[in-house]
Design a protein around this ligand. Structure first.
Ligand code: SF4
Ligand code: ZN
Length: 261
């Protein structure tokens, strides 16, 4: 049984960083994969272009629309494959949108109108296309939940981790200043006879080489610094929560399958 401890280091709407201890690299990697690509994210999926007088091809505009991050309520929408409508399409698994504008001017993400009041663009000022005098654009389409494993537009976050660094003095330090200068991350410091590393240390080993064996950097897979940066409409802490729920669901499916064996 894995007993986890989570100690927050940094938390904002878009980024969360924490220390995962009493864990394993395998668990951290499963969490990384779940947070990146295995939670449902809303993105524009179908686009019907009725008018496009801009300089961009229809396909380019459709691609740009698909990559606009959308805010949504994850408890309100279903994946089409899991919806009561069996994927036929209904308000529980589809969000309709329209985009109409006449030039001259720039079409921005904030010009997209959704039929669900809980859905909106995360960044209102993403330029989509420039319209000249007498140019216009008229588009309708559908946003759906999907997974980043199928298309990058459904990617939830960038998630990554590194082992927690620990440093020991195991010999005679000749020049402390030289060692602190050699650290590319400026993570090394000394207090009396002790050496300290900050969490910026990436275990590159440069200080160990320069110390001629007087310093030893260690880490083990039971303590890990984990970072999630959201690239979707969900906040970083929502991504973490959804990723943990996804892992719990995998474990529960596995147990059910085992019970049948
Ligand atoms: S291992 Fe690299 S990053 Fe870490 S303290 Fe030493 S020189 Fe700096
Ligand atoms: Zn449905």
């Amino acid at each position: 049984m894995i007993l986890l401890k989570i100690e927050p280091i940094e938390k904002s709407e878009r980024k969360i960083k924490f220390i995962l201890s009493e864990t394993t690299p395998q668990f951290a990697n499963a969490l990384r994969r779940a947070a990146t690509n295995e939670i449902p994210i809303l993105a524009i999926d179908d686009v019907d272009i009725y008018e496009n007088h801009s300089v961009f091809y229809d396909e380019v505009i459709a691609h740009r629309l698909a990559l606009i991050p959308l805010k949504f309520n994850p408890d309100e929408l279903n994946l089409p494959s899991e919806c009561k409508c069996d994927g036929a399409g209904c308000i529980l698994c589809q969000v309709l949108f329209s985009l109409e504008k006449k030039g001259p001017g720039t079409v921005y993400s904030k010009d997209i109108k959704f039929d669900n009041p809980n859905v909106s663009v995360l960044y209102p000022d993403i330029p989509i296309v420039e319209l000249a005098e007498s140019h216009s654009i008229k588009i309708q389409g559908i946003a759906r939940l999907g997974f980043g494993t199928k298309h990058a537009k459904w990617q939830a976050a960038k998630a990554f981790y590194q082992y927690y660094p620990e440093i020991k003095v195991v010999g005679k330090i000749k020049n402390k200043n030289e060692l602190t200068d050699v650290c590319p991350r400026k993570a090394l410091s000394f207090s009396d006879e002790d050496a300290n590393v900050s969490l910026a240390c990436d275990l590159c080993g440069e200080c160990v080489k320069a110390s001629e064996g007087a310093l030893k950097i260690t880490s083990d897979g039971t303590k890990i610094i984990f970072t999630i940066e959201s690239v979707s409409g969900l906040s970083a802490s929502e991504v973490l929560l959804q990723a943990l729920r996804r892992l719990k669901a995998y474990a529960s499916d596995f147990m059910k399958a085992l019970e049948k064996v």
